[in-house]
Design a protein around this ligand. Structure first.
Ligand code: TYC
Length: 114
């Protein structure tokens, strides 16, 4: 391959050969897990979830729970895509087991803002 035809320097592991250099956008490497408020999940249950699944101390867990309760949502932590998704699934499973509608969402971290 002649050097002018070698596009290898334009590609990263997150791109495919179909991508032109102009359309390449790197997949975010970090994701915020954001917990949502609802009218039914008991406050104690949310605080326990933040302690057990997100490994947050009791005091902070209670503060985050109250932030979610009053503001509608709250930040539980920032993780890789796989870890964030696993935690969201663990929250959903633990909540469903007790009949609570508690949900989290995943937000890509904008690395330009860091
Ligand atoms: N709003 C709920 C209540 O009044 C408590 C709650 C807090 C629910 C945080 C979900 O993510 C949540 N029982």
């Amino acid at each position: 391959m002649t050097p002018e035809h070698d596009q290898s320097t334009h590609f990263t592991p997150n791109t495919t050969l179909e991508d032109s250099p102009e359309t390449i956008s790197k997949k975010p490497s970090l994701y915020d897990v954001v917990m949502l408020n609802d009218d039914y999940t008991p406050m104690d249950f949310v605080t326990k979830i933040l302690q057990t699944i997100f490994h947050l101390p009791e005091y902070e867990s209670n503060q985050i729970m109250m932030t979610i309760h009053t503001e509608g949502q709250g930040h539980c932590g920032t993780f890789s895509f796989d870890v964030a998704n696993t935690k969201i699934l663990q929250v959903k499973e633990a909540a469903e087991k007790e009949g609570h509608p508690l949900q989290c969402k995943l937000n890509p971290v904008n690395e330009d803002d860091e």
